[in-house]
Design a protein around this ligand. Structure first.
Ligand SMILES: NC(=O)c1ccc[n+]([C@@H]2O[C@H](COP(=O)([O-])OP(=O)(O)OC[C@H]3O[C@@H](n4cnc5c(N)ncnc54)[C@H](O)[C@@H]3O)[C@@H](O)[C@H]2O)c1
Length: 367
C-alpha cells in the first residue's frame, strides 16, 4: 500500500491511461450528438488519430468531418471497412443498429469500441461478444463513467485498500433531463436504466470490484411526462456477503439547478469515499467532480479532499479508447471488454424483469 505521511494529501491514480503509440487509425460510425460533443473532442485531447467518419445521414458526417478536421467522409460502412488505414471502428449509433454493424466490422477484422448499451436485448448483446471472440478482434464498451475522475479516483482508493473491504456503493441523482434532445429516446419503453443508470450500475461494480448476485428494482414515470419509458428508478443490488449497492435516480427535478444533485459514495470496513458528479451540475457547462474520503488505514478521522481535474463528459471518453488501444498493443482483453460488459447488461435486464414482475431477480436468470 502506498501510504502518504500524515500531513500530505495522497496522489491519486485516476487519469485515463493512454498508449505511447497513438498511430492506430480510428474511424467513427455515427455523427450524432455524443460523437461531436464528446468522442471527437476527447480524442483530440488524447492525440488519437481519427481517419474518417460515416453516418446514414451524409450531411451529418460532412458537418462532423469539417468541424473536427477529419480527413475522410466514407459513403458507407463498406467503404469505411475497405480502408486499410482503419484499425479501430468506434460505433456510436442507437443500440438497435449496433449488432448489425458489429457483425460487418468483426468480419472485416477491425477492433471495436461499441457504445452502451451494447444492444436492446441480452441475446443480441451476447451475440456481439461471441462474434467479436470468434473473429479474434479486441472489442470494448464505451462505459466511460469508469474514467470519470470521481469514479476512477474512488476505484483507485478502494484498490489500495484505504477503505478496507467495500460494503456499500451508492449513486443518487436528482436532476432534470430534457429527453427530447434525443428524439428516438422519447419513444423507447426502456429509458432510464437502459440509457442512463446503466453507467451507475457499471461504475458501482467497477469500484466495488465485484458483481451483483440479485437485483431488486422499481421504475416509474412522472405524471404527464411526454416520454414513453421510465424516468425515475430505484435499484437495489445484492453483492456476495454483506455488500450492497443502490442507485436512486430521477430526471424530473422541476426546481432551479441549485436543488439538483448527483452524488456517489462507497463505504468500506476502514473508511468511506464519496463525492459529486460534476457533469450533472451547472448544466450544460458542468463543473469538476468533488471527492472526499476518510481512511483508518491512513490518518483516522482526517478528511482528505483532493482536487480532481477533468469531467465525465468529454474527458472520460479518452479512457475506453485508450484502454482498447493498450489492449490491442499488449495482446490482452481490455478491462472494459464487451464480454465484461455482459455483466452490466445482465444487471440492466434483471432490473427490468424485477420491475415487471415486482420481485428480486437472480442475475443467472438473464440468459
Ligand atoms: N457513453 C455515453 O455516455 C453516451 C452518451 C450519449 C449517447 N450514448 C450512446 O451513443 C449512441 C448515439 O447517441 P447520440 O446521442 O449521438 O444520438 P444521435 O441521435 O444524436 O446520433 C445518432 C447518429 O447515428 C446515425 N445513425 C443511425 N443509424 C446509423 C447506421 N446504421 N449507420 C450509421 N449511422 C447511423 C444517425 O443518423 C445519427 O447521426 C446511442 O447508443 C447512445 O446510447 C452514449
Amino acid at each position: 500500500m502506498n501510504k502518504p505521511s500524515s500531513g500530505e494529501t495522497p496522489e491519486l491514480d485516476y487519469a485515463p491511461k493512454l498508449p505511447e503509440n497513438k498511430d492506430m487509425g480510428i474511424a467513427v460510425v455515427g455523427a450524432g450528438e455524443i460523437v461531436t460533443s464528446c468522442h471527437l473532442p476527447a480524442y483530440r485531447m488524447a492525440g488519437f488519430r481519427v481517419v474518417g467518419i460515416c453516418d446514414i445521414d451524409p450531411v451529418k458526417a460532412e458537418a462532423a468531418a469539417q468541424a473536427h478536421k477529419l480527413p475522410r467522409v466514407y459513403r458507407s460502412l463498406d467503404d469505411l471497412l475497405a480502408d486499410p488505414d482503419v484499425q479501430i471502428v468506434d460505433i456510436a449509433v442507437p443500440a438497435r443498429h449496433q449488432p448489425g454493424i458489429v457483425r460487418e466490422c468483426a468480419a472485416a477484422g477491425k477492433h471495436l469500441l461499441c457504445q452502451k448499451p451494447l444492444a436492446e436485448t441480452f441475446r443480441e448483446a451476447k451475440e456481439i461478444a461471441d462474434m467479436c471472440a470468434s473473429a479474434g478482434i479486441r472489442a470494448a464498451s464505451n462505459q466511460q463513467m469508469r474514467w470519470a475522475p470521481g469514479i476512477a479516483a474512488s476505484r483507485s482508493i478502494v484498490r489500495r485498500g484505504w477503505i478496507g473491504r467495500p460494503v456499500q456503493g451508492t449513486v443518487q441523482v436528482n436532476v432534470r433531463t430534457e429527453w427530447e434532445n434525443w428524439e428516438w429516446l422519447t419513444k423507447i419503453g426502456t429509458l432510464e436504466v437502459m440509457y442512463h443508470s446503466i453507467h451507475y450500475l457499471d461504475a458501482i461494480r467497477y469500484v466495488m470490484g465485484m458483481d451483483p448476485e440479485y437485483v431488486y428494482a422499481d421504475g416509474a414515470r412522472w405524471p404527464g411526462q411526454p416520454y414513453k419509458g421510465e424516468t425515475r428508478t430505484l435499484i437495489h443490488l445484492k453483492f456476495p456477503g454483506e455488500a450492497r449497492g443502490l442507485v436512486h435516480d430521477s430526471h424530473n427535478n422541476r426546481q432551479p439547478q441549485d436543488d439538483w444533485y448527483a452524488t456517489f459514495r462507497f463505504e468500506g470496513t476502514e473508511g468511506a469515499v464519496g463525492g459529486t458528479n460534476g457533469a450533472l451540475y451547472n448544466y450544460p457547462e458542468g463543473r469538476e467532480d468533488t471527492l472526499r474520503f476518510y481512511s483508518r488505514k491512513l490518518v483516522p478521522d482526517r478528511p482528505y479532499e483532493p482536487a480532481l481535474e477533468g469531467r465525465w463528459f468529454p474527458h472520460a471518453f479518452m479512457g475506453p479508447m485508450g484502454e482498447l488501444m493498450l489492449a490491442v498493443q499488449e495482446d490482452r482483453e481490455p478491462e472494459n471488454s464487451v464480454r465484461d460488459n455482459l455483466v452490466t447488461m445482465r444487471t440492466v435486464f434483471a432490473a427490468y424483469r424485477s420491475m415487471a414482475e415486482n420481485r428480486p431477480v437472480d442475475l443467472h436468470e438473464i440468459e
